[in-house]
Design a binder for this molecule. Structure first.
Ligand code: C2E
Ligand code: CA
Ligand code: CA
Ligand code: CA
Length: 279
């Protein structure tokens, strides 16, 4: 028995070492990724329920990792957050998004509203307002074409600094939305304190909206609250006609999800926009 115990211990140690090594390897590869230009943005359209037209796009980070293909953020965002690398990657996202808006402005595609995901650490560790405004100016992009998507958790990270930062951006007409709404802190007080334009209903509620009465009730409550506060409301992760018609019936403003389009690279989303595709 003693022997077996020692083997088990050795087994777990070997496993732990493997996990630590894998993490270290990933961290090293992520540091190199930024310098080697391995990150790319893909873009997912949001469609208006009113006229079926594209209302704007969300930029989603992808990693073209050598030998691994295109890697989605689920595999690496947590580590970028933990190591603080998200601040530098976030700066790259801001600059790349503004350059892309400019490219579309200079092409037949024209003006496209684009939202980017922002980590709470970018508020705490960087001058996010100054950085965003500089990127807009550098690319001569109208501020109202850019939207920042923040989670409830990231808003709670550093309240005073964050409010100040968001107010500065808002004054220049940058838009602000709350991502994954309904999953974070259930304090609704910040809806009044932060200058918010849009709520995005979390994908988990939409997944269950046609099968679970509680999820459906939450979706209806969020839509009605958003409208009472004069906010725009977007449903994420819409995959089926049944979900779409439920959201239509309950006056949701916009939808995003595989039903309309998956995230696409810049070239393919440009084609979708040029075709004037509708819901
Ligand atoms: P998110 O901001 O909530 O983005 C929506 C996610 O849902 C995306 O996953 C998108 O591809 C996926 N999605 C869209 N439609 C559907 C659908 O119909 N069904 C399903 N099952 N999924 C759908 P993705 O691209 O893997 O991104 C995951 C998360 O990574 C994002 O969640 C966001 O929190 C984070 N992320 C992505 N890009 C960035 C970035 O540039 N910066 C930061 N800080 N975080 C990012
Ligand atoms: Ca988002
Ligand atoms: Ca979301
Ligand atoms: Ca999410």
């Amino acid at each position: 028995a003693k022997h077996a115990g020692r083997d088990t211990y050795r087994f777990f140690t070997a496993q732990m070492n493997a996990a630590v090594l894998a993490r270290l390897e990933l961290e090293t590869a992520l540091r190199a990724a930024l310098e080697n230009g391995e990150f790319v943005l893909h873009y997912q359209p949001k469609a208006r329920l009113g006229d079926g037209r594209v209302a704007g796009l969300e930029a989603l980070l992808r990693w073209q990792r050598p030998g691994h293909g295109l890697v989605a953020p689920g595999e690496f965002i947590a580590l970028l957050e933990e190591t603080g690398l998200i601040v530098r990657v976030g700066s790259w996202v801001i600059a790349t998004a503004c350059r892309q808006i400019r490219r579309w402005l200079d092409s037949p595609v024209g003006a496209v509203a684009l939202s980017i995901n922002v980590s709470g650490r970018q508020f705490v560790e960087g001058a996010l307002d100054a950085e965003v405004l500089a990127a807009l100016v550098e690319n001569a992009v109208p501020a109202e074409l850019l939207e920042l998507e923040l989670t409830e958790t990231s808003l709670m990270a550093n309240t005073a600094r964050t409010i100040d930062c968001l107010r500065n951006l808002k004054r220049q007409h940058v838009k602000i939305s709350i991502d994954d709404f309904g999953t974070g802190y259930s304090s609704l007080a910040y809806l009044r304190r932060f200058p918010i334009d849009t709520l995005k209903i979390d994908i988990a509620f939409i997944r269950d909206v046609t099968s679970n009465p509680d999820a459906a009730a939450i979706v209806r409550a969020i839509i009605s609250m958003a409208h009472s506060l004069n906010l725009n409301v977007v449903a994420e992760g819409v995959e089926t006609p049944a979900q779409l018609s439920y959201l239509r019936r309950h006056h949701c403003d916009q939808i995003q999800g595989y039903y309309f389009s998956r995230p696409l690279d810049a070239e393919r989303v440009g084609e979708l926009l040029l075709q004037g595709r509708r819901l």
